[in-house]
Design a protein around this ligand. Structure first.
Ligand code: URA
Length: 272
């Protein structure tokens, strides 16, 4: 007769969760997400967006009252588009995002991860979404892949005071899961507006998700990387290039050689 495996103790279970990327508790009680939510009471008025300083009042970007489930994706996407357009400055955009409840990721993230670096920079780098370290610090690319990104930009004589760094998604997806297409669509108008407001000469997308959503490509990073293309900011056309995500390079260091070619090409582009 087979002896049953002993049940894991709590420590082993937690170690297993951590390994699987489950590193934070989202609520005290489990939530059955398969059950239809009850209709929100009609009296629960949506919270209003903060009027950006010096600008016209923001569109009614804020959809879900605190504690309520976020709105359906289509409404959230439309609202994000309308809201992002109204932000006259980066600060107003940050404030708008702080008050935007249309993306469920905000509820599970600890904080907004808006940007790091110099808003006057000629180069803007955009990744996918914050991870655990970024969620703790509130800054993009501060974990292991961020350290590599720092080394990559320093190889072409740059540092964070000479570039501007952001992500397509400004809230950490729980357990670092891949953002859903709806979450990406909801966040896209904001990062597009952020690019327009920073107005860099060169946009660098890091990895597949950011490249596909910003440059509108469907091909994989292997094919699109290293090729210059135009990016329309809404104000003017700038040059854009995709390269590998540093997290990918940590897993596949043999591609650093190609990343180095991309970096040299970027360095050359900003000297012209
Ligand atoms: N990966 C990203 O795409 N962005 C970060 O900020 C950190 C890791």
């Amino acid at each position: 007769m087979m002896t049953p495996e002993p049940l894991p103790d709590v420590r082993q279970l937690l170690a297993f969760y951590l390994e699987a990327g489950v590193d934070c508790a989202l609520a005290d009680e489990p939530i059955n997400r398969l059950v239809e939510p009850e209709a929100a009471p009609a009296a629960a008025a949506p919270r209003q967006a903060v009027a950006p300083q010096g600008g016209r009042p923001a569109a009614p970007a804020i959809i879900a009252p605190r504690g309520e489930p976020p709105p359906p994706p289509d409404a959230a996407i439309a609202s994000a588009r309308e809201a992002a357009r109204t932000a006259p400055t980066l600060e107003a955009l940050r404030e708008l995002l702080e008050n935007f409840d249309g993306c469920a990721l905000k509820q599970t993230a600890s904080r907004l991860v808006f940007a790091d670096g110099n808003p006057q920079a000629r180069i803007m780098l955009v990744g996918e979404a914050p991870g655990r370290d970024e969620d703790i610090e509130g800054l993009p690319f501060v974990g292991r892949s961020g350290k590599l990104l720092d080394r990559m930009i320093s190889a072409i004589g740059l540092d964070r005071s000479k570039v501007y760094i952001a992500n397509v998604i400004p809230w950490r997806p729980p357990g670092n899961r891949t953002p859903t297409p709806q979450e990406t669509q909801i966040c896209l108008p904001f990062i597009r507006r952020q690019i327009e407001l920073v107005d860099p000469d060169v946009l660098v997308t890091l990895g597949n998700p950011s490249t596909q959503s910003l440059l509108g490509t469907t091909e994989g990073i292997m094919r699109v990387r290293g090729k210059w293309r135009d990016y329309d900011t809404g104000k003017r056309t700038i040059r854009a290039i995709a390269t590998f995500h540093p997290a990918y390079l940590l897993r596949s260091p043999s591609y650093k050689r190609l990343a180095w070619q991309d970096l040299r090409s970027i360095a050359k582009m900003i000297t012209v």
